[in-house]
Design a protein around this ligand. Structure first.
Ligand SMILES: Nc1ncnc2c1ncn2[C@@H]1O[C@H](COP(=O)(O)OP(=O)(O)OP(=O)(O)O)[C@@H](O)[C@H]1O
Ligand code: SF4
Ligand SMILES: [Mg+2]
Length: 323
């Protein structure tokens, strides 16, 4: 078996409570997965389930509380900032809100070339490369001395992508890269990301709450609930036969393109909001909202395990749906 590009094991992040004496927040609670070279793994789940925190730990914007992050077979989770510097070039992040993630006082030339200058490139060389990257992501290189506010949301996200690609990364963590954009622009950015993946051999961890976008771009999908992965597997398996009640509920809320199918489909409405990660329920943390919950669910947490023989898909449920 070849070594995966990224292997995350038992990753955990506990934030101190926001107020004095409030309970610590276990935002990510023992997350494990792998991303192969050239693959796109989708990470989905409701707001606050820990998607961004997971992504930020992988690119080391956050130091994990525990667990390991192996990149190219090397544990990078605990490297010092200095030891991490050469590896930073290989792991990059694209953010949700393109305008707020770009410094409004810097020109595009500066924004895109900064990561190269940090790595020791000469200013003229970095500027030349920035112009090349603008062309690669579908921007006009002559606009290199403009400021972010002179670009539309979609164009600004192209700048964010060009900045992420400046150091020729192998893995890009894209945190809701299209959620803030108009639907028509979303498709253009998704197309761009797919083309860049083919041309540059990139791997993506693609974070989104929109299951239609995930279906379009991902090879495999991980579903998160309250800091944990509850189902992970090939996209075809998850979308055609979701095994976890939470995955089923999320999918049942996605509109179907065929109006007849849309009228007759089963809809599963989840009760209430997700509980706070500062006070997760005992047993299976999904039990207060699960239509299938039984006694054991209230006391015993289900482990993430292979649900059906011969399938790579894993599910954390005492009573997974089969077939
Ligand atoms: N710096 C922090 N300090 C304390 N709690 C935090 C911090 N960052 C995130 N959290 C909490 O951790 C949990 C997970 O947050 P995270 O941003 O990772 O979720 P998310 O899945 O990305 O949500 P969204 O879809 O809204 O972006 C939330 O309960 C959040 O309030
Ligand atoms: S373990 Fe029980 S409560 Fe949890 S998802 Fe499965 S059936 Fe529902
Ligand atoms: Mg987020």
């Amino acid at each position: 078996m070849t070594t995966p590009l990224l292997r995350v094991r038992d990753l955990t992040m506990t934030f101190p409570g926001r107020r004095a004496r409030s309970a610590p927040v276990r935002a990510v609670d023992g997350v494990s997965f792998e991303v192969a070279t050239g693959e796109t793994l989708g990470l989905v789940g409701e707001s606050g389930c820990g998607k961004s925190t997971t992504g930020r730990m992988i690119v080391r914007l956050l130091q994990p509380t525990s667990g390991s992050v192996e990149f190219g077979g090397r544990d990078i989770g605990r490297l010092s900032q200095r030891a991490l510097k050469p590896l930073r070039t290989e792991l990059q992040m694209v953010f949700q809100d393109p305008h707020s993630s770009l410094n409004p006082r810097q020109t595009v030339a500066r924004i895109i070339s900064d990561p190269l200058i940090v790595q020791g490139a000469a200013v003229a060389e970095a500027r030349r490369r920035a112009a090349e990257l603008m062309e690669l992501v579908g921007l006009i290189p002559e606009h290199i001395d403009r400021y972010p506010h002179e670009f539309s949301g979609g164009q600004a996200q192209r700048i964010g992508i060009a900045r992420a690609l400046a150091t020729s990364p192998r893995l890009v963590v894209a945190d809701e890269p299209v959620s803030a954009l108009d639907v028509s622009v979303q498709a253009q950015i998704v197309n761009l990301m797919e083309r860049l993946q083919r041309e540059l051999g990139l791997s993506y961890l693609f974070i989104a709450h929109d299951l239609s976008v995930i279906k379009r771009v991902c090879d495999r999908v991980a579903v998160m609930y309250l800091g944990r992965i509850v189902e992970i597997g090939a996209k075809e398996h998850l979308y055609t036969a979701p095994a976890h009640p939470y995955t089923r509920a999320l999918l049942s809320a996605v509109p179907l393109p065929d109006p007849a199918a849309e009228r007759t489909r089963e809809r599963i409405t989840l009760l209430g909001d997700p509980p706070s990660p500062a006070a997760p329920p005992p047993g299976c943390t999904f039990h207060p909202r699960c239509p299938k919950a039984r006694d054991i669910c209230r006391t015993e947490a289900p482990a993430l395990r292979i649900a059906a023989a011969g399938e790579a898909r894993q599910v954390a449920c005492h009573f997974p749906e089969s077939g």
